[in-house]
Design a protein around this ligand. Sequence first.
Ligand code: UD1
Length: 326
Amino acid sequence: MTWLITGGAGYIGAHVVRAMAEAGERTVVYDDLSTGLAERVPDGVPLVAGSTLDGDRLARALAEHSVTGVVHLAAKKQVGESVDHPLEYYRENVEGLRVLLEAVTAAEVPSFVFSSSAAVYGMPDVDLVREETPCVPLSPYGETKLAGEWLVRATGRATGLSTASLRYFNVAGAAAPELADVGVSNLIPMVFEKLTENLAPRIFGDDYPTPDGTCVRDYIHVVDLAEAHVTVARALQSSAGHDLTLNIGRGEGVSVREMIDHIYAVTGYHRPPTVTPRRPGDPARVVASADRIAVELGWEAKHDVEDMITSAWAGWVRTHPEAART
Ligand code: UD1
């Protein structure tokens, strides 16, 4: 098997490439390098620089590398930006996927894994979010992921393409410092940034209906997430006609306050947080039921929040050496 990993030079994609290689699968990275970094692609893995909107380039890459499966991660993923630029998000995330599926079906590639998001659920009013929990996305970003799932499923049903949509919960951590997320748009790096600048980390609201009043999320180590891709890819390979939708989380809720306490323990910084007003659109609690993938494919996460923060911190210190404390 040769897997084309779109977005394979990105934070999550680079971890998927690495996990695939460790499992003995051949990979080719397809990435427009808009946010991806060529140096994240390991030696020996071909890198095709191209957009998922470029059907000819995709068709050539699929043929030249005899691709037998695609893992599609290339997408835009900033919720706030998607509110301001919905057309860009629909073009990249939905039209890009449509063009890719056209190339995939024309080349008769049999397997397709789609990177979706817990953002499809919006503001779920349940303790544990199951795959059948209604999807009511709150942002254009979440809408494009839900529309993407529909497109993937419909194509599978019409053509026999084996498909899986993976709904990622809150991804964190790194397999190695050089693979860490370089963006500062999620809780852990945002707290790192404040602490490094000797400022108070911010809690966006502590009046939510949760045990300590702060939002609760399901954090998943990117190494576990990458291994889930290998498990799913193998399942698609092993028999045709799959049509899977799976949560990828740990099934364990952690509050913002608890995360900040873990960050203090790992980093040695202890500056108390400031509570600011709620960030618009934040649900109080989003925690996965991780049962379906465990029952159907025998996969479950191995790493805890401590591992996520420790490995993310090693990546942060690599790019912010002034943050290190002896
Ligand atoms: C966000 C996206 C979600 C995406 C996910 C992973 C939104 C509304 N949702 O989820 O679609 O799938 O990232 O990329 O943007 N927080 C603070 N202080 C901070 C930073 C964050 O209190 O300095 C809180 C947030 O209010 C939230 C929690 O920490 O309750 C997690 O925030 P974040 O890491 O941005 O992820 P989500 O908002 O859950």
